[in-house]
Design a protein around this ligand. Structure first.
Ligand code: SAM
Length: 260
């Protein structure tokens, strides 16, 4: 079967890297979800570590049929044939789950945002071990005052802690992608650390500011907050550009916006 580019099918073939990814978390007796298992490169290694349950979410019907056949002897494996973006993940995921995914590149940021925007927090997952294109990974992990800082890193840092990350050469895949990848291990922040009613509002606010990065903050903020509301944000300097505002300032703007 030819790998489908449209589904981001680059399969892991390097055994050491597969072991390294799976060993980031303790799997024994845990509930595991794998997004985009493909032919089961990570799945085989996960199974060796004795998970309690293992749900595989695969969009490619042919591959999901092969997976059902391949793991038919493993009672703890359940194959869900479908599009991860269309599934109600929050309902599917069991308590204390670990989510793995060598994600299809074209939708990897959408998948991450979907996980970040879960309605219930602290969520049912305790760990995320996800792989991205390096360029996207930079945007996810971009710290304040660096060139990769932006809406994705603000949104991510609101709900997730980054525990570890490492690069993966394109030689570890077949077919070989043009770009380098990065694995990131995240854990959810505790509910008490969070201040917003709805994470979608933070997404909207950051989208609004970063849609025009060169524009000074004072030009934009007047469209969403009143003079008196703006004065409540002491750390806010109006002559700055969106990338010069710390994540906490965006959290505060969103908080005030939510109270309107
Ligand atoms: N995990 C395997 C590995 O490491 O060898 C395959 C990884 S491959 C980069 C991405 C996988 O995600 C493919 O098997 C592809 O068919 C699947 N996929 C693509 N879009 C998907 C979607 N919307 N929902 C679920 N799976 C999807």
């Amino acid at each position: 079967m030819n790998p489908k580019k449209s589904l981001g099918q680059n399969f892991l073939i390097d055994k050491n890297i597969i072991k390294k990814i799976v060993s980031l978390v303790k799997i024994k007796n845990k509930n595991i979800i794998e997004i985009g298992p493909g032919k089961g490169a990570l799945t085989d290694e996960i199974l060796k570590q004795f998970p309690k349950s293992l749900f595989l979410i695969e969009k490619d019907e042919k591959l999901s049929k092969e997976l059902v056949f391949k793991y038919s002897q493993h009672k703890q494996v359940k194959v869900i044939s479908g599009d991860v973006l269309k599934l109600d993940l929050e309902r599917i995921i069991l308590k204390n789950s670990i989510i793995f995914g060598n994600l299809p590149y074209n939708i990897s940021s959408q998948i991450l945002v979907k996980l970040i925007k879960f309605k219930t927090w602290t969520p049912n997952f305790s760990d995320l071990v996800l792989m991205f294109q390096k360029e996207l990974a930079n945007k996810i992990t971009g710290k304040f005052n660096t060139k990769h800082y932006g809406r994705l890193s603000i949104l991510t840092s609101y709900r997730l802690n980054i525990i570890q990350k490492f690069l993966i050469s394109n030689n570890c895949f077949f077919p070989k992608p043009k770009v380098i990848s990065q694995v990131i291990h995240f854990q959810p922040k505790k509910e008490a650390e969070l201040s917003l009613r709805d994470t979608s509002n933070l997404e909207k606010i950051t989208q609004f500011f970063f849609s025009n990065k060169r524009k000074m903050v004072n030009k934009k903020i007047k469209n969403i907050l009143s003079e008196s509301e703006i004065k409540k944000i002491r750390e806010l300097k109006l002559n700055l550009r969106p990338s010069n505002l710390k994540p906490e300032v965006y959290f505060k703007i969103t908080q005030i916006f939510e109270k309107k």
